[in-house]
Design a protein around this ligand. Structure first.
Ligand code: ZN
Length: 365
């Protein structure tokens, strides 16, 4: 993610913190001081926010480590002021696995809350919840309450919350995946409308904000799944681009620059003779021009680590691979020879044609 800084790697997963997160810390500090609080009061406020986000981070690791058990990698985890995001390479297809990945995050917060409760109970430090305020009361007890809130918030049964995935997974055990997603998405949008309405009537800005996120998240998930199901059972060869340019590893960067300006191609297969040895993406080309100039050769900046598709692969799995590699183009290779390119633009155009044909009134006599 742009504007993010690495704060280390744990269990092989890079953890990043978004720049706006520092704004939140500054905001908390300044609002304490402006409210007439002492410096130590402000420090306490900041420490509380940091502790809260440590709990959010552990929550995301809950998802990531559960996904790892099913062989799914996590690209990275980023902390934003509104929470954490663990970018899994994909979601498991098996609903039972998705259920585990989804509940693993909130379970971490349940565990933290449980440990804090036992500790506070044993040390007789519990005070009645009514006596707690945002900044007042024992630090650990406020942290306990916040973890309970995190669980409740994340289990709201709507995408993009964990609760939405739980609902979808439970439905998908009984019905077809696309239908389960549609129902879960409708439920999410219904809830979003309810939150929005309550937010408007009560003037609670936060609820409006949540309503907005839930609405978008539900719509995205539904369209993603529809796309996947529309692509099922169709081979890559039906949608791939068959007229394309290639470059050689020894070409200077000027050649792909000319090709890119002249045509529409984003990324270029790099061929050594007939053999595909790399992919030159537009972003690598541009970065290479900045760092090494137009005289550098293609092999200096190309990717040697890339995914390919077979013309007989199904579009659905090729689409998932495009998502996983976060690349724009998959070279399509048959018997060692590049026979086409599958790009996300292609897939979009193919979907448009499919939809147009479907919408056509039936021609049967
Ligand atoms: Zn979560």
């Amino acid at each position: 993610m742009k504007w993010s800084w690495s704060i280390g790697e744990y269990a092989g997963i890079g953890v990043y913190i978004h720049a706006t997160f520092l704004l939140l810390i500054a905001y908390v500090g300044i609002s304490h001081i402006m409210g007439g609080d002492t410096v130590s009061g402000a420090t306490g406020g900041i420490l509380f926010v940091l502790a809260l986000f440590a709990c959010v981070l552990l929550h995301e690791f809950g998802h990531a480590l559960a996904a790892r058990r099913f062989g799914i990698k996590t690209r990275d985890i980023t902390l934003l002021p509104i929470g954490g995001v663990a970018r899994l390479e994909r979601m498991p297809d098996d609903p039972r696995q998705e259920l585990w990945v989804a509940v693993a995050g909130p379970l971490v917060n349940v565990a933290i809350a449980g440990v804090l409760f036992v500790w506070l109970f044993v040390s007789r430090a519990l005070v009645p919840v009514q006596e707690l305020t945002v900044a007042g009361g024992p630090f650990l007890e406020r942290l306990l309450v916040v973890n309970v809130i995190l669980v409740a918030f994340n289990m709201i049964p709507a995408f993009p919350m964990d609760g939405g995935r739980v609902v979808r997974a439970l439905l998908a055990m009984r019905m077809e995946y696309t239908r389960a997603t549609q129902i879960a998405a409708n439920l999410g949008q219904g809830l979003a409308m309810l939150f929005g309405l309550v937010g408007l009537l009560s003037g609670q800005f936060m609820l409006l904000f949540i309503a907005f996120f839930v609405w978008i998240g539900a719509a995205q998930e539904a369209s993603m799944v529809q796309m996947k199901s529309a692509l099922g059972g169709i081979p890559v060869s039906r949608a791939m681009q068959t007229s394309f340019e290639t470059v050689a590893p020894t070409d200077s960067l000027q050649k792909p620059v000319d090709l890119m300006l002249r045509g529409f191609q984003h990324d270029f297969p790099v061929l050594w003779g007939n053999e595909l040895i790399g992919v030159l993406t537009r972003s690598d080309l541009i970065a290479g021009l900045t760092q090494r100039g137009p005289e550098a050769t293609v092999q200096d900046v190309m990717r040697r680590d890339f995914s390919v598709a077979d013309p007989l692969d199904m579009l659905e799995s090729a689409f998932m691979r495009l998502q996983e590699c976060q690349c724009h183009t998959l070279p399509v290779v048959r018997q060692g020879e590049v026979v086409g390119l599958l790009t996300s633009d292609n897939l979009g155009k193919f979907m448009m044609v499919q939809a147009a044909l479907k919408a056509r009134p039936s021609q049967a006599a």
